[in-house]
Design a protein. Structure first.
Length: 196
């Protein structure tokens, strides 16, 4: 019975008749909106004007990362990787400017700690198969080895003459390790910034 009453109420209800033609009355609004719709500048002109005014991406601003660059895959992983990018950019600057050993070791230590956190957080998750995950773990080991080599070389340079054939802590060896680390840091930054 309830079904019958519902069917009677809902069928046949609605407007009966013809609607008035109101297009002629609103024609002036269409003309105004089409005139306003044309852009005052072309895309190429705007690009040329804004070319020198563009600001770099604020990767250290969490709200920007959460709202603007929000990734579909794993937002938490992306945010963790974003922190690593910031540290690697500091490490790259330190390597390029030949920063002192304390600054170098502090940045490397910070990088190793972040990578260890990511390693523990994602070791049994799908992210552990990502190229970015494996790349930062490999780079972390190389950064630790280079920091240890540089620190030991500084400690032993007083006791080992540069001309000694047994001296592994030569300037050439250190420079070779630092150049290799810089190359790998640059490649890793590229990989991490193109993470999708």
């Amino acid at each position: 019975m309830l079904l019958f009453i519902t069917a009677v109420i809902t069928t046949g209800a609605g407007y009966v008749g013809t609607l008035p033609n109101v297009e002629a009355e609103f024609e002036y609004m269409k003309k105004q909106s089409s005139e306003n719709a044309s852009a005052p500048y072309s895309v190429e002109e705007l690009d040329k004007q804004n070319e020198n005014q563009l600001r770099p991406i604020p990767r250290n601003n969490d709200s920007y990362v959460d709202i603007i660059i929000k990734k579909d895959k794993t937002t938490k992983y992306f945010n963790d990787i974003n922190d690593v990018i910031i540290i690697l950019e500091k490490l790259r600057k330190c390597l390029n400017t030949n920063g002192d050993i304390q600054l170098f070791n502090a940045i490397v230590s910070n990088f190793i700690d972040n990578v260890e956190y990511i390693k523990q957080e994602y070791k049994d998750k799908p992210e552990s198969n990502y190229l970015s995950y494996n790349r930062i773990i490999t780079l972390s080991a190389e950064a630790r080895e280079t920091a240890n080599f540089r620190t030991q070389g500084l400690a032993y340079e007083k006791y080992l003459p540069y001309t000694s054939s047994n001296n592994i802590y030569t300037k050439e060896s250190l420079n070779s390790k630092l150049e290799s680390l810089l190359t790998n840091v640059n490649e890793t930054i590229f990989i991490l910034k193109n993470l999708e």
